[in-house]
Design a protein around this ligand. Structure first.
Ligand SMILES: Cc1cc2nc3c(=O)[nH]c(=O)nc-3n(C[C@H](O)[C@H](O)[C@H](O)COP(=O)(O)OP(=O)(O)OC[C@H]3O[C@@H](n4cnc5c(N)ncnc54)[C@H](O)[C@@H]3O)c2cc1C
Ligand SMILES: NC(=O)C1=CN([C@@H]2O[C@H](COP(=O)(O)OP(=O)(O)OC[C@H]3O[C@@H](n4cnc5c(N)ncnc54)[C@H](OP(=O)(O)O)[C@@H]3O)[C@@H](O)[C@H]2O)C=CC1
Ligand SMILES: O=C(O)C(=O)Cc1c[nH]c2ccccc12
Length: 417
């Protein structure tokens, strides 16, 4: 990598030629690609807008969070979890693991740099990646390969609900919720019943708060374990022999045997099966770790869709109006790729690759995507292995050509605007 700073003109952007790929995002996906490149001896630049690795896990998740898939499905390539880790590692254990992963492979990301735009320059046959740092310093990286690793959960989704501004009490998104400690005794409206909404409602109960959870449409709830085995693992084993629709049917029969008819509690199931829904629309089934028992005991109240908010209250589509002290929006996340990547062939408007797994990892002109498979960390690991291998091959070929022609691998440049 060669950098050419020029501070003589305030309108000058520092320009950096990278002899290898630029990876955007130092979460599990970006780290896994970086590790593979280290193994292949390929230099790279790994950028993150935050001041640490895995910022989703370190800064945007609640205290009681644990992995909800067994550890063997959540480890990154070529570096297993420590043996003493429990089947479902805690958030702290997962972060410690990722920190030692980065250390083991000697991965040193550039922190506090947000990628604002990336565009393929046809004339130079290279990617131009523009970043801005927290201090306002601007850099343009130029590279032959660009790896998008910004994740499926890059930005919070905040719905527009009438009157929310007039509510007056505290309104936070699930990504800013840490624990129910400060909400003891308070009436809290949790909007959304995905894994976040369920676990935050459960945490509120454990802190003697009074949660009401909005269920506006339908939701698949599965026990995290069935007959002592992880439900996810059971599903993966069955998928080796059986078609997805049939595995879905089996899961639903087993869930019915274990949980009973949850529709009686007001939890309508979607017409599409849990795995099919995850694959086609990215909607993750809830893997229950205790919220359902609190719904049964009415410690978590279920409420329908919200019509509007008013000062200190919410009115629901059934006409009922209830008072609340606080609101937690567990309304999900979205990709931010369309905000910065100027490309429409490989990525679709929703910020995910157009091609589904296993074909959504490689685009044209050296563009790659990792961690958009809707298959959690195991999907990201599968992508990362393919990407690191592909780039290593291309880089080595390119390096050999340059050496034959005696072309320097470093280029100088300066860009002004
Ligand atoms: C609460 C929660 C729990 C989860 N639990 C599990 C689980 O148990 N098992 C599982 O398999 N999956 C789980 N997931 C899915 C989750 O997607 C993965 O755990 C994992 O974090 C994905 O890794 P990633 O690197 O793709 O994305 P992220 O972890 O989101 O990392 C992306 C990185 O990109 C950076 N970034 C984003 N935009 C920019 C930009 N413009 N410029 C520079 N940097 C940028 C971010 O700061 C971030 O560090 C969970 C998700 C959530 C929200
Ligand atoms: N322990 C773990 O490992 C955990 C994992 N996760 C993962 O993180 C990812 C994100 O999960 P999560 O944050 O729950 O997001 P999800 O996208 O899964 O769920 C969002 C929820 O918000 C609802 N919603 C959205 N807008 C509104 C609205 N205007 N009014 C009422 N309800 C609304 C949705 O309802 P509708 O379906 O009707 O649109 C849905 O119930 C998932 O992959 C999940 O599995 C999350 C927490 C814990
Ligand atoms: O927790 C998540 O967000 C995940 O993506 C993990 C996951 C991947 N595939 C699944 C299928 C059923 C439940 C959870 C997952």
């Amino acid at each position: 990598m060669f950098s050419f700073p020029d501070n003589s003109d305030m309108f000058t952007r520092r320009c950096v030629w990278v002899n290898g790929p630029v990876i955007v995002g130092a979460g599990p996906s970006g780290l896994a690609v970086a590790a593979g490149l280290k193994d292949g001896g390929v230099p790279f630049v790994l950028l993150d807008r935050a001041d640490c690795i895995a910022s989703l896990w370190q800064k945007r998740t609640y205290d009681r969070l644990k992995l909800h898939l067994p550890k063997q499905f959540c480890q990154l390539p070529n570096f297993p979890f420590p043996e003493h880790y429990p089947e479902y590692p805690t958030k702290k254990q997962f972060i410690d693991y990722l920190e030692s992963y980065a250390k083991h492979f000697n991965i040193k990301p550039r922190f506090n740099e947000t990628v604002e735009s990336a565009k393929y320059d046809e004339s130079g046959s290279l990617w131009r990646v523009k970043t801005v740092s927290v201090e306002g310093a601007e850099v343009e990286y130029m590279c032959q390969w660009l790896v998008v690793a910004t994740g499926e959960n890059a930005e919070r989704l905040v719905p527009e609900i009438e009157g929310l501004k007039e509510f007056g009490g505290e309104v936070i998104h699930a990504c800013d919720y840490k624990s129910g400690e400060s909400l003891r005794g308070k009436k809290v409206l949790v909007v959304g019943c995905g894994n976040s909404g369920m676990e935050i409602s459960l945490d509120l109960c454990d802190h003697d708060a009074k949660p009401s959870m909005v269920v506006r449409s339908s939701v698949h709830i599965l026990p995290r374990e069935m007959f002592g085995k992880s439900t996810f693992e059971l599903a993966m084993v069955m998928l080796r022999w059986l078609p997805l629709w049939f595995v879905d049917k089996i899961l639903l029969v087993l869930a019915w045997m274990i949980l009973g008819n949850i529709e009686k509690l007001g939890l309508k199931r979607p017409s599409v099966g849990p795995l099919e829904l995850k694959n086609t629309r990215g909607k993750t089934p809830v893997l229950d770790i205790g919220a359902l028992a609190k719904i049964r005991s009415r410690e978590i109240q279920l409420v329908p869709g919200i019509k509007r908010f008013s000062c200190g209250a919410a009115e629901f589509v059934n006409g009922e109006k209830l008072e609340f002290d606080s609101v937690v929006l567990a309304t999900g996340y979205c990709s931010n790729v369309p905000f910065w990547l100027q490309e429409i062939e490989f990525f679709s408007k929703n910020g995910f690759p157009k091609e589904p797994f296993p074909n959504g990892w490689k685009g044209k002109a050296g563009l790659y995507a990792v961690g958009f498979t809707r298959r959690g960390i195991s999907g990201a690991s599968a992508d990362a292995l393919k990407i690191a291998q592909d780039i290593s091959n291309a880089w080595k070929e390119c390096d050999m050509k340059k050496r034959k022609l005696n072309v320097p691998t470093h280029r100088r440049c300066i860009s002004t605007f």
